[in-house]
Design a protein around this ligand. Structure first.
Ligand code: BG6
Length: 484
């Protein structure tokens, strides 16, 4: 199979499996539309929806128009009018051989040599889709590229991820496979590499010599939003810990890659993940929300088993066994139905070795805060002298906020990722060994979740009390968004 020479100027066909589902409506279709509107997608790009619902092309187009309505308050725009006739629908089951023949026919009619296949389906459908495509010859790259985008969660533990990787890689080459983690495409996540490796001031202090500890938080006020039955199988560990949280940790802690490309960056992340260890189960807290602030408890959510032990919150301490990070704890927490929406990384620096001033209390440690959601930006918090006689400390900051600095809002992560797939750049996607390594790292947490009941926390709070104790034991506290 010869690899195809790619250019973003080449039109391709993008097939969305699970085309009538939630991910397609909320993320993929708006992203395709935005790419088309901004001129980053070739005008002839075709979109083929594949799904089980009984629709024809026109009814599917109507659905997409409805999904887009939220993003286009003034009604259909030129980009949608141009894309609309290039949208088709193929009805079929993921296991149905004849449906893949119909898909192949639709692809022939679209007339493009290059294809992207996107699995926006429940995870159980990934293997049948891969088989269906391969058995119909749709993975064959003789006439153009054939790229397969696989959503998360990729497997449900190390063993199943290995089996899925083996199944996929018997049918597609690794370079054809794009395993999604949309957190990697958030601007602040991408900025981590630039901050660290395109400046000289950060890297010399980026280690146990200057850093006391690191915190990574993903707090969400939302509950299940109709995803109860998926979530009840996944829980916080499979939904975001194994992927988003560990990817952010790897970006903070990896060694500098020689080049910023898919192989070099992923080699460094894998090396880091090999050295990463989840502290013993005693250093992990698993929680489940109960009713609070007028919001339902997890067990009352539609699709959730009435006696479910699925954790909706996790906090854990990780250690990295290498020279750079030995002795620096990485505290990671994520949860649903928390007080506010905040995804951020906070590096707290060591106290100065000697303070020559007479102060009522020790100076607060310096902090570097990287904010991914909302209000993306980077902020350095440090102590300065308050103007006037004598030495009195003031807490000040150097702030970089995307909003205000740039006129355009940041592209949605899915825009970046779809464009990268079309351009053949896998830097922001997970490689087979990386996904497996991440499952290895969270295995102790999965075992803990299987063997004990999660502790309750009230919806609308900042999580279980035990999570505060996890840090208190180490003489530390969680950083509260907005703190200095
Ligand atoms: C997804 C999870 O990957 O990320 C969801 O499956 C979560 O449960 C979502 O709500 C959060 O993404 P963002 O970009 O809104 O922080």
């Amino acid at each position: 199979m010869a690899a195809h020479d790619v250019s973003p100027a080449t039109p391709c066909s993008i097939v969305i499996f699970g085309a009538t589902g939630d991910l397609a409506a909320r993320k993929l279709v708006p992203a395709l539309h935005a790419l088309r509107r901004n001129g980053w997608l070739h005008p002839d790009t075709a979109v083929i929806g594949f799904g089980r619902s009984d629709l024809d092309d026109e009814a599917f187009r109507e659905r997409l128009a409805e999904a887009l309505a939220e993003h286009l308050p003034d009604g259909p725009d030129d980009a949608w009018r141009a894309l609309r006739p290039r949208v088709r629908y193929v009805r079929g089951g993921y296991d149905e051989a004849a449906a893949y023949e119909r898909l192949a026919e639709a692809l022939r009619e679209a007339g493009h040599g290059d294809h992207v296949y996107y699995t926006a389906t429940p995870p159980q459908a990934y293997a049948p889709i891969v088989r269906g495509l391969a058995d119909t010859g749709l993975g064959d790259e003789h006439q153009g590229f054939r790229r397969l985008v696989i959503e998360k969660p990729f497997g449900e533990d190390l063993e199943s991820a290995r089996a899925l990787n083996a199944f996929v890689l018997e049918r597609f080459r690794e370079t054809q496979v794009y395993r999604i983690d949309h957190y990697l495409a958030k601007e602040t996540a991408q900025n981590l590499a630039v901050l660290r490796f395109a400046n000289t001031i950060f890297e010399p202090i980026w280690s146990n010599r200057a850093i006391d500890h690191v915190q990574i938080t993903m707090a969400e006020p939302l509950g299940m939003e109709g995803r109860g039955s998926f979530y009840d199988d996944a829980g916080v560990l499979r939904d975001v810990f194994q992927n988003h949280m560990l990817q952010l940790l790897a970006l903070v802690a990896m060694e500098p890659p020689a080049r910023y490309d898919a192989d070099a960056v992923r080699d460094e992340k894998v090396k880091l993940l090999r050295a990463l260890r989840c502290a013993e189960a005693g250093h992990a807290v698993l929680g489940q929300y109960t009713a609070g602030r007028g919001q339902p408890g997890y067990l009352d959510e539609p699709g959730v088993a009435p006696d479910s032990r699925t954790p909706t919150y996790a906090a854990a301490r990780f250690a990295i066994d290498n020279w750079r990070w030995a002795g620096v704890p990485f505290y990671v927490r994520a949860g649903k139905r928390l007080e506010e929406k905040a995804s951020e990384i906070v590096l707290t620096f060591r106290h100065p070795p000697h303070v020559p001033f007479d102060l009522p209390a020790a100076p607060r440690p310096d902090r570097l805060v990287l904010r991914l959601v909302p209000d993306e930006g980077i902020s350095l918090r440090f102590n300065a002298k308050h103007p006037g006689q004598g030495i009195e400390l003031d807490r000040v900051g150097l702030d970089f906020a995307y909003q205000g600095r740039y006129r355009r809002p940041n592209p949605d992560a899915y825009e970046t990722l779809i464009q990268d797939v079309v351009e053949g750049d896998a830097t922001l996607f997970m490689r087979a060994d990386e996904v497996e390594m991440q499952w290895r790292v969270v295995a102790p947490l999965l075992r803990a979740a299987a063997s004990r009941r999660p502790v309750p926390y009230a919806a609308g709070s900042m999580g279980p009390v035990d999570a505060a104790e996890l840090l208190a034991r180490d003489g530390r506290t969680w950083y509260r968004p907005g703190w200095s």
